[in-house]
Write a protein that binds this ligand. Structure first.
Ligand code: FCB
Length: 441
């Protein structure tokens, strides 16, 4: 099959279901001379951290090519574009505005609005200003208050241009990958760091939400969380899988919706527990207008004596980045969350696949990626049929880009990028996505 299809009665074929594409500042922009350094600049400059020793200096050169890129986005027929703001581009070290940086984003927002494309803005997609990391980064509670000042500055500057604000993208990745296992910036390693960083990120989210409610009450405000559903290898491993689920997934949603960490917090040694001040959960649990969910894969766990759980290597089929393709876990994730929590409306803010694309005769015939999208769109539709209120879906990503620790080796785009010429070519998956969107009656 070379097209994307949904059942004729699917609510995902309604005109008001939002389809979009997503990117993030550090992954596409380049243009590093006009902003402060961020933790990913430093991390990329550290030997051995990035698979191809690359960095974000040029990336997709979106900083210069943004006007063409917005035309490209428009040509895909999407209703919305999810982008992130680079904190070190818009705020100087003394907290004052970098007007040139703000103007860059304001021009993008205006161009999107002129084309009737809804801007979904993520305020923090991992590019923490390096000077804040030098003061402890997310291990320093004060960084949450610095984030609040940044949200204040951005919301005032952007006015009513934004359709939706998300405070953070995937605090799990910032906290666990960045401060516990060190495979993301800033590369800190230690079990005593992860949950502390997570708590300050969640606090930043709550403080940011307060500013959004005050300065931007008419936008749809929320947060983007990632989930990797945890499956047991055998029924004897159910407790291990549940523990991993609490540690990696529920840890980030439960404080926001239920004002508490999962009860496994009591099993953690004191040194690994976050420092929770009185009133923190009240701040963290600001009402959400929406919850953004990013989904790529599931994980399988077995029991482990010391570590409680151990992740097994993913079985086939896997994508080029090694993630198992298991679409039914997407439906299950959504229905499980829906029965567990009082959820606000859901937007799938990222879903997609890295594939080993080939560029032949000016085309990328990525039927493997197209098939991934087909299966996962149906998985979302199945969840909607089971009562989950999903109102939108964003493909990750608009175009191939800097895939963090993997550098430019893994391609997630529905648009191909030739990094030598910066030429963009819509892949078969992108054409099929466009056709699905335009086919809506
Ligand atoms: C998510 C990130 C996004 C991208 C995809 C593949 O964790 O939010 O920036 O790298 O994974």
């Amino acid at each position: 099959m070379n097209k994307l299809e949904l059942p004729a009665n699917s609510t995902m074929l309604n005109k008001d279901f939002v389809y979009g594409v997503a990117t993030a500042s550090f992954q596409i922009e380049g243009g590093i001379d006009d902003r402060l350094a961020c933790i990913w600049d430093t991390f990329c400059a550290t030997e051995g951290k990035i698979a191809d020793s690359s960095n974000g200096a040029i990336a997709c050169n979106h900083y210069e090519k943004w006007q063409d890129d917005i035309k490209l986005i428009d040509s895909l027929g999407v209703d919305a574009y999810r982008l992130s703001i680079s904190w070190p581009r818009v705020m100087n070290q003394d907290g004052s505005a970098n007007q040139q940086g703000l103007d860059f984003y304001i021009a993008i927002l205006d161009a999107l609005i002129a084309r009737n494309i809804k801007p979904f803005v993520t305020l923090y997609h991992w590019d923490l200003p390096q000077h804040l990391e030098d003061n402890g980064g997310w291990l320093n509670r004060d960084t949450a208050y610095k984030f609040q000042e940044y949200v204040e500055l951005v919301t005032k500057a952007f006015g009513d241009r934004v359709h939706s604000y998300a405070t953070l993208n995937e605090p799990f990745c910032s906290a666990y990958l960045g401060y516990e296992v060190g495979i993301h910036a800033p590369g800190k390693v230690g079990k005593e760091f992860g949950k502390k960083a997570a708590h300050h990120l969640l606090l930043a989210h709550g403080l940011g939400m307060q500013v959004l409610q005050k300065n931007s009450p008419n936008t749809m405000n929320g947060i983007v969380l990632n989930f990797t559903p945890c499956y047991p290898e055998t029924s004897a491993d159910q407790a291990a899988a549940n523990y991993a689920d609490d540690y990696f997934n529920q840890w980030y949603i439960k404080p926001i919706l239920d004002k508490a960490y999962p009860t496994i917090i009591d099993d953690l040694p004191k040194s690994q527990q976050p420092e929770v001040f009185d009133g923190d959960f009240e701040i963290i649990s600001q009402p959400l207008d929406f919850l953004g969910i990013n989904f790529y894969t599931r994980a399988i766990y077995t029991s482990h004596d010391e570590e409680i759980f151990e992740q097994l290597p993913p079985p086939a089929p896997i994508t080029d980045i090694g993630w198992e393709i298991y679409p039914s876990s997407f439906t299950k994730l959504l229905t499980d969350l829906n029965s567990r929590y009082q959820l606000p409306p859901i937007y799938i803010t990222e879903n997609g696949a890295a594939m080993a694309d080939t560029f032949v005769d000016g085309q990328v015939n990525d039927l493997d990626r197209l098939n991934y999208y087909q299966q996962h769109l149906v998985a979302v539709n199945n969840a909607i049929e089971q009562g989950v209120n999903v109102q939108g879906y964003f493909a990750w990503s608009l175009m191939d880009n800097f895939e963090w620790a993997e550098g430019y080796l893994k391609r997630f785009g529905i648009v191909h990028v030739d990094y030598d010429t910066q030429q963009r070519t819509i892949k078969q998956s992108g054409l099929a996505y466009r056709d699905l969107i335009l086919s809506r009656p």
